[in-house]
Design a protein around this ligand. Structure first.
Ligand code: SF4
Length: 319
């Protein structure tokens, strides 16, 4: 039980504009195409979102080859490589692109730099679907840099013609260390005009840092496959604060027990936030359960207000 425990919320938390955009595209496409569309990869990394869309008729696949010819394919918020688009075209699929516009911007920059003959160092998690999509724009010119050790070892053809880009959902602090190492090795490295780590990632990480100053433990609602949710846990831990990822309210009691025993005393202040792909109802369930266990809502720490909204593709706007 949590008698006397204060619950403090971080804001912003939960859905970002890119996730809302991608989910709305699937919902509208289901409406437009008689309740049946195929989605290449999880539309966003949250199994509750995916499960709800599956119940509405969406079929999730990993490759266009799994989709019957001439059907509708929607690309997930993480983006796809030209090879995936070519495979869709070869099957005569009707494509709808739900790539987050901020991810698309990184693809465009990768193509521009590759055309100019740069070696591109893509800071990100090897194998992550967003990184695979971006790398696919210029596979011969892009090398993935995942760690500071990679940054110390990576080789380029011409140190005077090298640029870096980043995955949109990284830890701002970890990335800064990697960029510092790359800049030391390649002083002429070209930086992105504007940081590729997106506004939503940065805002949620800043909010968690503030939250850490007030709580014993931070609970992050998010899927274990969600990069930005995992980074929120890392950021809190980097501040010296205990932090746990919570996929649903069912895990709450075991997570609180773990936090209590790590702390060696009863909890006094519990912080709550959520990754950019965690839906509001999931966050509400966790909050309701915290209150049901005896916690009381105490405060919401607001570090930024978000008003970003992306317009739907013309083909899916209301008639
Ligand atoms: S986290 Fe950022 S890049 Fe990813 S979908 Fe949201 S707004 Fe787009």
């Amino acid at each position: 039980m949590l008698g006397g425990v204060n619950i403090i919320l971080a804001s912003p938390r939960g859905f970002c504009a890119g996730v809302e955009y991608a989910i709305e595209i699937v919902e509208r496409a289901l409406d437009r195409f008689d309740g049946k569309v195929y989605v290449r990869h999880e539309i966003v990394h949250n199994r509750h979102v995916v499960g709800r869309l599956e119940r509405m008729g969406a079929v999730f696949v990993e490759e266009p080859g799994e989709i019957p010819e001439s059907e509708v394919v929607i690309y997930s918020a993480h983006g796809v490589s030209p090879a995936v688009r070519a495979a869709s075209k070869a099957r005569g699929l009707r494509e709808i692109d739900a790539t987050c516009p901020l991810v698309r911007k990184v693809h465009e920059e990768a193509m521009r730099l590759a055309r100019l003959g740069y070696d591109i160092l893509l800071i990100g998690h090897a194998g992550h679907v967003e990184v695979e999509g971006t790398k696919g724009e210029a596979p011969d010119r892009i090398r993935v840099v995942e760690t500071i050790e990679d940054a110390a070892a990576v080789q380029v053809d011409d140190p005077a013609r090298v640029a870096y880009l980043t995955q949109t959902t990284l830890s701002v602090d970890d990335t800064a260390e990697i960029v510092a190492k790359l800049s030391e090795r390649f002083p002429a490295i070209v930086r992105p005009a504007k940081d590729d780590i997106c506004y939503a990632t940065q805002n949620r990480q800043n909010a968690v840092k503030d939250l850490c100053r007030h709580v014993d433990v931070v609970l992050v609602v998010g899927d274990r496959h969600s990069s930005n949710s995992n980074r929120l846990v890392d950021v809190a831990q980097g501040q010296g604060c205990a932090a746990h990822l919570l996929q649903s309210a069912d895990q709450l009691e075991s997570v609180l027990d773990a936090a209590r025993s790590a702390l060696g005393r009863e909890l006094e202040n519990v912080g709550l936030t959520a990754g950019a792909s965690a839906p509001a109802d999931l966050i509400d369930h966790v909050l309701e359960k915290l209150v049901a266990l005896g916690g009381s809502m105490s405060d919401e720490i607001v570090t930024a207000r978000e008003r970003i909204h992306f317009s739907l593709p013309p083909s899916l706007r209301a008639p």
